[in-house]
Design a protein around this ligand. Structure first.
Ligand SMILES: [Zn+2]
Length: 120
């Protein structure tokens, strides 16, 4: 039973070069004090770089084979599709679309690489 549920994943267009386009992610998280909703933003480039698929991570060693400088600076997400109940498939402008990100993976990424942001 997952303790994290992805509620929403939406592209955000920003006009600032310092804040590149990103995803806005909403989660429902089971915490010791009860269910909590948390929101993060995560850049497309980080999301692409952290792709968990077998092309980007060696299946046996778990080592990431993709290098950050292989990911274009101006990469964009071109599509997001829900896969089952606990994962999403994300397509990117470099043609890569084999990455399937579980809700847990996206939450961990948001916590380590994303930023909390009140977009309202
Ligand atoms: Zn990949």
């Amino acid at each position: 039973m997952s303790t994290v549920q992805l509620l929403s994943i939406n592209p955000v267009k920003t006009s600032s070069a310092a804040a590149p386009d990103c995803f806005a992610l909403g989660f429902k998280v089971q915490t010791p004090s009860g269910l909590e909703e948390q929101a993060f933003t995560l850049s497309y480039r980080t999301t692409r770089f952290m792709c968990p698929c077998a092309h980007c991570v060696d299946e046996h060693s778990g080592q990431r084979t993709l290098k950050l400088d292989q990911v274009p600076q101006d990469i964009r997400a071109t599509g997001v599709q829900r896969i089952g109940r606990y994962a999403v498939s994300i397509s990117f402008s470099d043609g890569h679309k084999t990455g399937i990100y579980s809700d847990e993976t996206l939450y961990e990424l948001s916590q380590t690489e994303g930023s909390t942001q009140n977009l309202a």
